[in-house]
Design a protein around this ligand. Structure first.
Ligand code: ZN
Length: 268
């Protein structure tokens, strides 16, 4: 007891929930300490200095005190509240999707500079007026790489032969592509054990493969220069989101919301 220790860090608020009448629990993503959960005391009081600074999608400079269970957020100063991003429903949904991805993939603690920088970069990009879904796909691909799930896109994950420029098959459970031969073998094995519910793999066109390979190895500015037609965009989304769903074992809420928003805007 009495060993509390203060530390300062920048961080991005991933989510918040109420704790009792006046306090909040906030989940923060920081570059040096990874994911941190902390209590923001009195944040629900009307004139709290913390209140507005602990909303999700806020980049802040924070002062925390080590607690016995949860740390205590004592001060928070907003660096960027991403107001342009929050002023548009689609952009905000995109931002919240990035936050949910980080929250779903990470545990508390652990150094995390590359992922923090990626998150901050893509949130800034999404604030630009001409941003589009490429930002989400780029984020997903590089998040997977940062966390050790980099999809194998060069060689078949079963027979290790270099992939040919034809339709190959992405296997979420194997984390990469199967050549057509190995994919049909895999399907046969699935049929033998009568697994009908789980689709073992998804077809991936030559064009989609080219785009994924490029994005995997380039910076965001370069990735944006690729012209992606809606059909190709859906294909890339399907493959990456299916892989993510396999890893986290559930559908992300914010992704469902994003898809609903798209449907609504298409029907206007
Ligand atoms: Zn193969």
């Amino acid at each position: 007891m009495g060993t509390s220790r203060n530390y300062q860090t920048e961080g991005i608020i991933l989510k918040q929930s109420k704790l009792g009448e006046f306090d909040k629990i906030v989940t923060i993503y920081t570059p040096e300490f990874g994911k941190v959960r902390a209590v923001a005391k009195g944040a629900c009081r009307p004139r709290s200095k913390l209140g507005g600074n602990v909303e999700p999608l806020t980049h802040s400079l924070m002062l925390l005190a080590k607690g016995r269970n949860l740390d205590i957020l004592t001060q928070s100063q907003t660096i960027n509240g991403f107001l342009t991003l929050k002023s548009d429903l689609w952009r905000m949904a995109c931002g919240l999707y990035l936050l949910e991805l980080i929250d779903s993939f990470t545990v508390e603690g652990g150094e995390s500079r590359p992922l923090f920088d990626l998150l901050l970069d893509i949130l800034n990009q999404l604030s630009e007026p001409d941003s589009n879904e490429i930002a989400l796909r780029y984020f997903e691909l590089h998040l997977l790489t940062c966390l050790g799930y980099r999809p194998q896109l060069r060689r078949c994950v079963d027979c290790d032969s270099p992939l040919k420029p034809t339709v190959n098959f992405f296997s979420p459970s194997k984390g990469g592509l199967l050549c057509p031969h190995c994919d049909s073998e895999e399907n046969r094995r699935y049929e033998q054990i009568k697994v009908t519910s789980a689709k073992p793999s998804l077809p991936l066109s030559v064009q989609a493969l080219k785009v994924l390979r490029l994005w995997q190895s380039c910076d965001y500015a370069t990735s944006r220069r690729v012209k992606v037609k809606p059909e190709l965009s859906r294909e890339l989304e399907r493959v990456l989101c299916e892989y993510i769903r396999y890893i986290v074992q559930r559908e992300l809420k914010s992704l469902t919301w994003l898809k609903e928003l798209r449907k609504e805007s298409a029907s206007l």
